[in-house]
Design a protein around this ligand. Sequence first.
Ligand code: GRF
Length: 209
Amino acid sequence: MPRTLAVAVLASGRGSNFEALAKACRRAGFPASIELLITDNPNAGAIGIASSMDIPFVVVDCGPKRGSMSPDSSAAMARVCEEHGIGLVCLAGFMRIVKGEIMQRYAGRMLNIHPALLPSFKGLDGQKQALEYGVRYTGCTVHFVDEGVDTGPIVTQRVVPVRQDDDVERLSARILAEEHIAYSEAVRLFAEGRLRFEGRKVIVSDESK
Ligand code: GRF
């Protein structure tokens, strides 16, 4: 019986990606399980989801600086992940740039989801940026986290056509549905040991190890 990969999700808000991942992980035969939610926001919707799914959660005070995390909070996250035997950290709407000890400890073992086809429309409001730019296709990207913002090696992408009459809300909803599929697919590939780096490229092997 193959070992199940223990995953922690870092989320600051509503938590729909966290929920989709947690549900995917509970399907029979899925090679990963969500063991922990970490949030910087005591009011995050993700906390209610964790409670209803019996997933432990931790609120870590990341300090007053918006978008940034204090060294102590990074060390605290690394410690709690270690205590839970976490092998993969998934950022899902975590609104701070990850750095410090958790970044070092989980380099190559940390994923993020972004609501655009990277390297286009990095940073905040990827859906709005795409709409305003006038692209015909946008989508979502799951990528490894590196020191930059939305710059790490790409694991998977899903394409969403932009409609003439789209507004940010409608487009975001269609992208979100694809995010939920893309994230669990990327976690599955990682958990099956099917991802390897060639420079900044991620090569996906066909068979699970
Ligand atoms: C998603 O659009 C994700 O791509 C972005 O933040 C949003 C989080 O949504 N990074 P949710 O909290 O998972 O519902």
